[in-house]
Design a binder for this molecule. Structure first.
Ligand code: AMP
Ligand code: MG
Length: 488
């Protein structure tokens, strides 16, 4: 384990030509204090957790002092927001500190978010509030623990600096970690500004460093598109499987590595509603739960369009895009079969999955609890169904569904013990429900950061029973309604 000064840096993004970014320092954050730091993420860069309590740690991750060996910059990208071309965006409040070589030689970019204005801030103040920083921090770690590809988070540093949103809040800087923060929007930027040499440089950079296997393909840029398409399809199927809604699937929030990126007004499903819109600013429901797969497909079209000057073969590009539904369905079927505890693949499984969701939707049954309880079912003893059955208002509808489900399990001679174990490993007991993160935020706003720590501990092993943390598995209290919007 290393101290901050001993970290080994290798700033590959900063070695790209200057058209990709602006070199600048983060803006100083007055009187910063540590809100939380994450030993698990630190271990990825071989950073000793005892560094968390040093003044140097606070200096660096508040943006007040550069990372030793780093080259601070803000990158430029563009994108489609809510389906509309938005033109140039870019790191308007983020600073890439540099890339650190961590365990097993893997490179991790360290990026501050909320670290002040850049040339890409447009009308924004360059800041982030404590509320949104906690939301990003907790959720990226929760997603990782669920086994879903995501950027990571190292720490949150806060300050009493006021930041004006709907109300006056205080500033914070969250440090994110990712092999790369390159977005679909980076490609769109260089395509739409007719900088096709830079576009090629970017694509080569991504291939060389993150997709080396496609270098040998007959058409490497087309092969890159296919890889991104496949990763994205699988990612969205994983989101659907845990009831995660991103909330702002704009192309500038889509990772070229197929990671979950930019946690804003996201949500985990409580009572299941296929049309649920987690982002209060999304008035037309573009990013509702059930639309996420088609939106991912749409976003891949935008990426493909941006890659066309390099691929120069519209038909080949279309063919790759047309593979998306099959890839998504394959990933989806695999995930939902596992969620239902089915070992074999049989005709009618997709229909059973759809019927299950319709039943949940009609009854507003809690998504997470349903699958978790379902995993306790015993084929020969229907009384064990009680906890899952109790989630339904329409018990007769549940019974009719359960009869089909039992029959399907019997068809493959499903064994209770093995199925229960397999289902517990894929159906989390603990997800970052909005009311949980809200409670942690409200305490943190009173300078009590303990609930962030409590939540992080529970969410580290979301598939374990953790009987002492039972209350974190409960649905939101009756009448609680938390609105989250793009305001962050
Ligand atoms: P987001 O909706 O957070 O993904 O951000 C979309 C774009 O707006 C990105 O270019 C951000 O950098 C920029 N942005 C969001 N909030 C701010 C802010 N407070 N100050 C400057 N830029 C911002
Ligand atoms: Mg964004």
């Amino acid at each position: 384990m290393k101290s901050l000064s001993q970290l080994v840096t290798h700033n590959r993004f900063a070695s790209l030509p200057p058209v990709f970014y602006t070199r600048l320092s983060a803006k100083a954050l007055p009187e910063p204090y540590l809100v939380h730091a994450n030993a698990e993420a630190a271990a990825l860069i071989e950073l000793d957790a005892t560094e968390f309590s040093t003044p140097q740690f606070l200096d660096i991750f508040s943006g007040n002092v550069p990372l030793p060996g780093g080259e601070t910059l803000a990158s430029v990208y563009s994108g489609h927001q809510f389906g509309v071309w938005a033109g140039q965006l870019g790191d308007g409040r983020a600073h890439l500190l540099g890339e650190v070589i961590g365990a097993e030689g893997l490179g991790w970019e360290l990026q501050l978010k909320g670290s002040g204005q850049t040339p890409y801030s447009r009308m924004g103040d360059g800041r982030a509030v404590l509320r949104s920083s906690i939301r990003e921090y907790l959720c990226s770690e929760a997603m990782h623990a669920l086994g879903i590809p995501t950027t990571r988070a190292l720490c949150i540093v806060g300050a009493d600096l006021p930041v004006f949103r709907e109300t006056t809040e205080t500033a914070a800087v969250v440090t994110r970690m990712s092999p790369s923060f390159i977005r679909f929007g980076h490609f769109e930027h260089f395509c739409y500004t007719d900088q096709h040499d830079a576009l090629r440089t970017l694509a080569d950079f991504v291939i060389d460093h993150y997709y080396p296997a496609v270098r040998d393909a007959a058409q490497p840029y087309l092969a890159l598109l296919r890889e991104v398409m496949q990763r994205t399809a699988r990612l969205i199927a994983q989101w659907q499987g845990v009831g995660f809604m991103h909330g702002v699937m704009n192309t500038d929030n889509m990772s070229i590595l197929g990671l979950t990126l930019d946690y804003g007004p996201y949500g985990f499903m409580d009572a299941f509603d296929g049309a649920h819109i987690c982002n209060h600013s999304d008035t037309h429901g573009r990013y509702a739960y059930y639309r996420q797969p088609e939106i991912a497909h749409w976003n891949l079209y935008a990426l493909a369009q941006a890659l066309l000057p390099l691929i120069e073969d519209t038909e080949a590009v279309k063919a790759v895009l047309n593979e998306f539904p099959a890839h998504f369905s394959e990933a989806q079927d695999e995930i939902w079969r596992a969620k239902l505890g089915l070992r074999s693949a049989q005709d009618g499984d997709t229909a059973l999955m759809e019927e299950t969701l319709q039943l949940l939707h009609a009854n507003h049954a809690d998504f997470t609890l349903f699958f978790r309880h379902l995993g306790q079912l015993k084929l020969a003893d229907p009384s064990v169904d009680a906890p899952v059955r109790d989630l339904f208002i329409d018990r007769a509808a549940f019974d009719a569904w359960a009869e089909k489900y039992h029959a399907r399990l019997r068809q493959e001679d499903s064994c209770d013990a093995a199925r229960q174990a397999a289902m517990s490993a894929v159906n989390p007991k603990y997800v970052l429900r909005n009311h949980l993160v809200q409670a942690a935020i409200e305490r943190a706003q009173q300078k009590d950061f303990s609930e962030i720590d409590n939540l992080l501990k529970v969410l580290r092993t979301p598939y374990d029973e953790q009987p002492e943390s039972e209350r974190y598995a409960a649905p939101p209290p009756e009448g609680s309604h938390i609105e989250v919007s793009c305001s962050s």
